[in-house]
Design a protein around this ligand. Structure first.
Ligand code: UDP
Length: 501
């Protein structure tokens, strides 16, 4: 279908034949960060990239986008207001951190209301988009793409292993007749024997109250024009191929997208303004032996129970290794934990660094002094650890994290499981789960000085990171995919269409 609105020059005077990608991330840090990295990558390699964000998130990423624009990259921020009142959300609740759990589903209703303003914006600000790259959680972008008559790709900052496991479990009804949520079930249709439980892998948004959303997301995914994935082929070739075949879709693996950043300045600003400055972290790490420091973080959402904070702190102290521990907002843990943390900080002065806020994570992970990563297995963190060549202590909390743990431990052989078997948040554990200090100490020792087994794990981690880095270089699979993606969504005729239409 030809479309009279297409074409036009943008404010950077760029040619209207360029591919113009509109990235619509879910407004969680774990989704926004890789989407922004992807936008920067696309813009670096000759496409225009627009990133859609609501005000709270826009404020966080604006410094990064502005910096990129100043360096001449054709990337822009599309800030759209979120109509909280329309769906009964408190004013300004435009981020997961500010939304009471019982109103979570309303938040998704508010996001769906972005459809009309986004379409209006895109029509009014040339050049016309040639491709919408939508987070898989946004089913409503299917309508926007259809109405604008442009293709839509689904964006995942998830691994193909996780997506294929989840897909197969659902397609073959693997949980049918399984009464106990904690009973292991073999994932059907894989060559390697992988077991999951319904508690660990219930399916995306398969929680009470989210039924309609989950169905809409599945429908939108099924009819997308392809998949963009923050993963790399050499890490999981059979799963990338398996997922593409299962979905009957092209999958462009373009990661690890965090490797886009090569300089301390852009790294330190990634995602948010860091509490500990890049200089501070680098100076501290420069004083440590190579591969001697453990980095401990549970991502942007998970908050440990105060009892868990104590056990974790004691375990790190007992491990004898220097550590950087990201606590996010310590006010959250209550008085007892705060007192403990103060005491700990004094006892481990010089050996332990506590970051009470946002950490420049990738900057820290890529420092030569860091030798291991205790992670909640959010996919971004997992892949960032892999890209840095680090063995992992895997400590999943919720969502895809259990499957990411299985990839790291059982498929790639670069992780040691802390042993948590049930989710801690959102899908809420049946019982209190606190990992004891001995288990923390043992897991840290096992990745940091674990004898032959530990060395083998570290060797695998380093080899994998070399593959990751090669993937994003000239001739590498991820960069080739990125270039292919850009080529495919260039304008090829006077009506403004791309090859895929
Ligand atoms: N992150 C960071 N500093 C922090 C906490 C998180 O830079 O203090 C980044 C981290 O590098 C990753 C993202 O935030 O890119 C978190 O995503 P992930 O998928 O690991 O976990 P989630 O936050 O979604 O649970």
């Amino acid at each position: 279908s030809s479309n009279g609105h297409r074409g036009g020059e943008d404010e950077l005077g760029s040619s209207a034949t360029k591919a113009h990608f509109v990235l619509v991330p879910l407004m969680y840090q774990g989704h926004v960060i890789p989407a922004v990295d992807t936008a920067l990558l696309l813009a670096t390699h000759g496409a225009l990239a627009s990133v859609v964000a609501t005000p709270y998130n826009a404020a966080r990423i604006r410094p990064t986008i502005d910096f990129a624009r100043q360096s001449g990259l054709p990337v822009r921020l599309v800030e759209l207001p979120l109509d909280c009142a329309a769906v009964g959300l408190p004013e300004g609740a435009d981020n997961v951190e500010k939304i009471p759990p019982e109103l979570h589903v309303n938040y998704f209703d508010a996001l769906a209301l972005l459809a009309a303003p986004l379409e209006r914006h895109l029509r009014a600000h040339p050049p016309y988009p040639t491709c919408i790259v939508s987070d898989f959680c946004h089913a409503w972008t299917a309508g926007v793409a259809a109405s604008l008559d442009v293709p839509r790709l689904t964006f995942f900052s998830m691994c193909a292993f996780c997506l294929l496991c989840q897909h197969n479990v659902e397609r073959f009804n693997a949980y049918d007749g399984v009464a106990d949520d904690n009973e292991p079930v073999v994932v059907p249709g894989l060559e390697q024997r992988i077991e999951v439980t319904r508690a660990q892998a219930p399916g995306f948004f398969r929680a009470p109250g989210f039924e309609q959303l989950a169905d809409a997301i599945e429908r939108a995914r099924a009819v997308a024009d392809g998949v963009v994935m923050n993963s790399f082929l050499e890490m999981e070739p059979e799963y990338v191929a398996g997922y593409a075949a299962a979905r009957k879709m092209k999958v462009w693996t373009i990661g690890p997208v965090s490797l886009y950043h090569r300089h301390a300045a852009t790294l330190a600003a990634r995602g948010n303004t860091a509490t500990a400055t890049a200089d501070e972290c680098i100076r501290w790490l420069d004083g440590k032996e190579p591969s001697s420091v453990v980095y401990v973080s549970f991502g942007s959402i998970a908050h440990a129970d105060p009892k868990q904070v104590l056990e974790l702190g004691h375990g790190l102290e007992a491990s004898g290794h220097p550590f950087v521990w990201v606590l996010k907002n310590p006010g959250f843990y209550g008085e007892a934990a705060s007192e403990f943390l103060e005491g700990l900080e004094e006892r481990v002065a010089g050996r332990g660094m506590l970051i009470k806020g946002w950490a420049p994570q990738v900057l820290i992970l890529s420092h030569a002094a860091v030798g291991g990563f205790v992670t909640h297995c959010g996919w971004n963190s997992t892949l960032e650890g892999i890209a840095a060549g680090l063995p992992l202590v895997t400590w999943p909390h919720f969502s895809d994290q259990f499957l990411n743990e299985k990839l790291a431990v059982e498929v790639l052989g670069v992780g040691v499981s802390i042993g948590v078997k049930e989710p801690l948040m959102w899908q809420v554990a049946q019982k209190e789960i606190v990992v004891g200090r001995e288990a923390v100490e043992a897991a840290v020792r096992s990745i940091m000085d674990g004898g032959d087994e530990g060395e083998e794990r570290r060797r695998k981690a380093v080899a994998l990171s070399e593959k990751a880095k090669a993937a994003v270089q000239d001739g590498g699979s991820s960069l080739s995919n990125l270039l292919d993606l850009i080529k495919r969504f260039e304008v090829v005729d006077a009506a403004g269409r791309t090859k895929t239409e």
